[in-house]
Design a protein around this ligand. Sequence first.
Ligand SMILES: Nc1ncnc2c1ncn2[C@@H]1O[C@H](COP(=O)(O)OP(=O)(O)OP(=O)(O)O)[C@@H](O)[C@H]1O
Ligand SMILES: [Mg+2]
Length: 152
Amino acid sequence: MELDIADLAGTEALAGKLAAQLKPGDCVLLSGPYGAGKTAFARALIRACLGDPGRDVPSPSFALLQSYDAPGLTLHHFDLWRLNGPEGLTEIGFWEALQDVTLVEWPERLGNQAPPGALLITITPGDGDKRHFSLTGWAASDGRALPGPAGG
Ligand SMILES: Nc1ncnc2c1ncn2[C@@H]1O[C@H](COP(=O)(O)OP(=O)(O)OP(=O)(O)O)[C@@H](O)[C@H]1O
Ligand SMILES: [Mg+2]
């Protein structure tokens, strides 16, 4: 699914729709260059799951992992940019985390170890606050509907 998003509010709205569909075992891979909006998307998604729009959701770029307990759902937000090779995945508890909901920035660091059935979201920056979102994965794996365009 391909979506053109006008601004940060549009990104947050899309994240909110996805949040409503998440279940344990889901893995969302967030791909895109520096400043694309991977953390912004994850932050909005986590806040929606927590039902707390003011919740502090720091970028896990230094800690590599931040975890959150939402009602009926635990979320793990990874940023793998600083990962030290694939063995680092075991050290940070990546494999156990997959039983919950995982959000993964810089999934390229997974190499060929990306979880099968993950939802891949690729964010491409456009002019100003515009972003292009490309979502692939779930439609093929379990038939779940992907979030439609903003307002739809
Ligand atoms: N439509 C949009 N969607 C997401 N972020 C947007 C949008 N428009 C503007 N922004 C801004 O772009 C920036 C995105 O930064 P963010 O930290 O989310 O990027 P990132 O992809 O996580 O980068 P990094 O690779 O450094 O982790 C934020 O300052 C955000 O406010
Ligand atoms: Mg980030």
